[in-house]
Design a protein around this ligand. Structure first.
Ligand code: SAH
Ligand code: SF4
Length: 345
């Protein structure tokens, strides 16, 4: 059993089963997430027989680094981390003045098959465990600590679809936000989803005040299905209904992601359709010029098209931000580093 897989409550239950009070679970939790020890031997103040039992029945599975690449501006660092079964996932550290953001993966590969996405192009391999999600964060936290920096934001925007791996993702969020441990504020965590309505409704009904981002990319069913195949299963009407439910239930706005692809979804017609689609919804649109991938011929929109698109959204009172994808020169788009390594580049 990997200790990083357990929420604070689950650790308490395990220790109770072993006949130890919650005090001991608290000590172990402190070692894991405050002192951030790397081995059970470092838990020196635990009772020897408890440490022995932990050593016999549990592990502390950190993820070895396969590859580290820095962007030319030195602000983005990308890691390819290895899982116990040899699979690899990508984790990205983005530094902005005074705040650091980690981009974390939730699956090896992805089943959703979005045509422009390097992870989608590789297909689904498997879900990550909570501990594999948490270990990516610990990896970044350790690196920042060497420079006396703290991790502030986490975006679940790496490889995989977090709401397809719902339970593990939520356990990981519970571990990361526990205020006796890493204590990352839930409002500094953003979960990005391709848009699975039942899971969005479930998230709305639960008490995890993280930010929600929905990857829209098109505002008509035909246009979206061509980019995001899961739209055939969950068309826009059902998706936006679930989003309205989320906003009403949680009282929080939703971020909508839109990868701008020249001539494809950056037209005035699409901008008007988006403005109409989101009318009356507390929303913010993040426009991201496409990051080209080997498996898709689309090109990023030019800046004039981006500006025009944004102006039309403004006519609908829809706020938007243009985000440059960071670390383009190190293939920091989701799944791209792994894809390039596979192709021997
Ligand atoms: N599966 C989730 C989270 C991971 S993808 C989701 O789809 O939201 C994170 C974001 O990167 C999504 O908005 C996705 O659409 C976007 N993305 C993927 N490939 C991209 C590319 N080549 N260029 C621009 N954005 C991309
Ligand atoms: Fe999966 Fe997100 Fe990539 Fe779509 S964009 S294939 S949902 S990781």
């Amino acid at each position: 059993m990997n200790l990083y897989d357990l929420s604070r409550n689950e650790l308490g239950h395990l220790l109770a089963e072993w006949g130890y009070g919650d005090y001991h679970a608290g000590r172990i939790w402190d070692y894991l997430y405050r002192q951030k020890v790397r081995s059970l031997e470092e838990m020196v103040e635990l009772r020897p027989e408890l440490r022995k039992r932990l050593a016999a029945e549990t592990t502390l599975a950190r993820l070895p680094t396969q590859l580290t690449i820095d962007s030319s501006d030195g602000l983005t660092r990308k890691f390819l981390l290895q899982l116990a079964d040899g699979q690899e996932v990508e984790t990205v550290l983005m530094r902005y003045p005074g705040r650091a953001t980690a981009c974390i993966s939730t699956q090896a590969g992805c089943a959703m098959g979005c045509v422009f996405c390097a992870t989608g192009q590789m297909g689904f391999v498997r879900h990550l465990t909570p501990g594999e999600i948490v270990a990516q964060v610990l990896h970044v936290v350790a690196l920042l600590q060497e420079h006396s920096e703290e991790l502030r934001n986490i975006v679940l925007m790496g490889m995989g679809e977090p709401l397809h791996n719902y339970d593990a993702t939520m356990t990981a969020i519970d571990i990361l936000t526990d205020d006796r441990g890493l204590a990352i504020g839930p409002r500094y965590i953003t979960l990005s989803t391709v848009g699975l309505p039942p899971a969005i409704r479930r998230l709305a009904d639960e008490e995890r005040p993280v930010n929600l981002a929905v990857s829209l990319h098109a505002a008509t069913d035909a246009g979206r299905a061509a980019l995001v195949p899961i739209n055939k299963r969950w068309p826009l009407g059902e998706l936006i209904d679930a989003c309205r439910y989320y906003v009403a239930r949680r009282g929080r706005r939703i971020f909508f992601e839109w990868a701008l692809i020249a001539g494809q979804n950056d037209t005035p017609e699409q901008a008007h359709a988006l403005g109409r689609l989101l009318q009356g919804l507390e929303a913010h649109v993040n426009l991201i010029p496409l990051n080209p991938t080997d498996g898709y011929a689309g090109r990023p929109s030019d800046s004039a098209a981006v500006r025009h698109f944004q102006d039309i959204l403004a006519e609908y009172g829809l706020p938007s931000t243009v985000r440059q994808r960071r670390g383009l020169d190190i293939a920091a788009g989701c799944g791209q580093l792994r894809a390039q390594k596979k192709n021997g580049r």
